[in-house]
Ligand binder design. Structure first.
Ligand SMILES: [Cu+2]
Length: 142
């Protein structure tokens, strides 16, 4: 029986090893004003993302048109620390609702496929699109 338990432990799916990742909502950092930090996160399906209200006045919410198939939208309250578990594989777009038009956005890659420009919907506010393109450029440079 012991051997069997050990064997099962080796075969546990990745979900059993789910991690929690932290994202801070800030007024400013080296990338500019109103950032999520980090602004590009790679996680595995079943991982949790904790949004921390490090500076006041922000929230974290999904962007319409940037939720992978099977995923559910989420909307945090202003100044609220929220945790979301992301099961749906693909690229998730996250915004701060009051600062969306100022470009306060981030991308979360769930699974192995990196985000590309094709993941950005046409109706993003210009500053949000600009920030996302900068995020993608920075990823390429890394
Ligand atoms: Cu904000």
């Amino acid at each position: 029986m012991l051997l069997r338990a050990a064997l099962l432990a080796c075969l546990l799916p990745a979900a059993a090893l789910a991690e929690t990742h932290e994202v801070r909502m800030l007024n400013r950092n080296a990338t500019g004003p109103m950032p999520f930090e980090p602004d590009y996160l790679v996680v595995q399906p079943g991982d949790t993302v904790r949004f921390i209200a490090a500076d006041p006045g922000h929230n974290a919410a999904t962007i319409a048109g940037m939720i992978p198939e099977g995923g559910e939208k989420f909307v945090g309250k202003i100044d609220e620390e929220i945790e979301v578990t992301l099961d749906a594989e693909g690229i998730w777009g996250v915004k701060c609702s009051p600062h969306f038009t100022m470009g306060m956005v981030m991308l979360i890659q769930v699974g192995d496929r990196p985000a590309t420009e094709a993941d950005l919907p046409d109706d993003l506010p210009p500053a949000a699109r600009q920030r996302m393109l900068e995020i993608l450029e920075r990823r390429k440079a890394d």
